[in-house]
Structure formats: structure tokens, C-alpha cells
Design a protein around this ligand. Structure first.
Ligand SMILES: [Zn+2]
Ligand SMILES: [Zn+2]
Length: 124
């Protein structure tokens, strides 16, 4: 057995000791929140990347999508949603999004809450 092998064997021996296995379990148990949070952050990052890639692909392959995307981008840059703006449909929630009735008029938008905005696109 050379030095490296001896080291490896020692490490394995250490891991296999029941008290050390217990310690690992304990570590996991007492840090479960931290471990889960890390996992969640990692998932979020991966999801964001997926969404980004999806948009990029549609942008490159779907002309209609590209046109609307650019209209929305223009509206985002030119029209800010007024503070305390109430949703144009439910008149209850705070408006947080812009909606285009007509994509040929980039600067004509309705201010809607998230819920109404999703609904209006479901209907159409
Ligand atoms: Zn609403
Ligand atoms: Zn919309």
C-alpha cells in the first residue's frame, strides 16, 4: 500500500464509522433549512435560464412573437406605470403590467393587475 492508498483507506474507515455516519445525519438535520434554501436558489437560477432560452428561441423563429416582443419592449421603455394606478378591469388591484389591445399601436396600453392580465389573454 502506498501513501495515497493508505490515506484513502483511512478516509473510508472514518466515513464508515457509525458515529460519523450519525454526525453526518445530524449535520443534515440541523442544517436542513440552509440546504433546502441553497437547492431552491439553484432551481430558480435554472428556471430563469430556461425561460430566457425559450424566449430567445421563439424570438428567433416566430415572427409574430418577435413583433409583439419589440412592441412590449418599446412600451416598457416609454410608458411607466403610474404609482397607485388601479387595474383597468377589476378596478381593485394595483396595476403592475401593461397590456396592448392593439399591437400596431405600441404606445396605447392598458394598465392591469397580474390576475386580469392573465385572464384577458386566456379569453383571447
Ligand atoms: Zn385587475
Ligand atoms: Zn397583454
Amino acid at each position: 500500500m502506498n501513501k495515497e492508498e493508505r490515506k484513502k483507506a483511512k478516509r473510508k474507515e472514518y466515513r464508515d464509522k457509525p458515529e460519523n455516519k450519525e454526525r453526518q445525519k445530524e449535520y443534515y438535520k440541523s442544517n436542513i433549512k440552509k440546504i433546502l434554501k441553497k437547492q431552491k436558489e439553484y432551481d430558480k437560477k435554472r428556471d430563469r435560464k430556461k425561460v430566457y432560452e425559450y424566449i430567445k428561441k421563439r424570438y428567433q423563429t416566430d415572427k409574430e412573437f418577435k413583433r409583439k416582443f419589440l412592441v412590449r419592449k418599446k412600451a416598457r421603455g416609454k410608458i411607466s406605470i403610474p404609482k397607485k394606478q388601479i387595474c383597468g378591469i377589476c378596478k381593485k388591484n394595483l396595476a403592475v403590467e401593461r397590456h396592448h389591445e392593439d399591437y400596431s399601436k405600441p404606445l396605447e396600453v392598458k394598465f392591469l393587475c397580474k390576475k386580469c392580465h392573465i385572464n384577458i389573454h386566456k379569453i383571447k
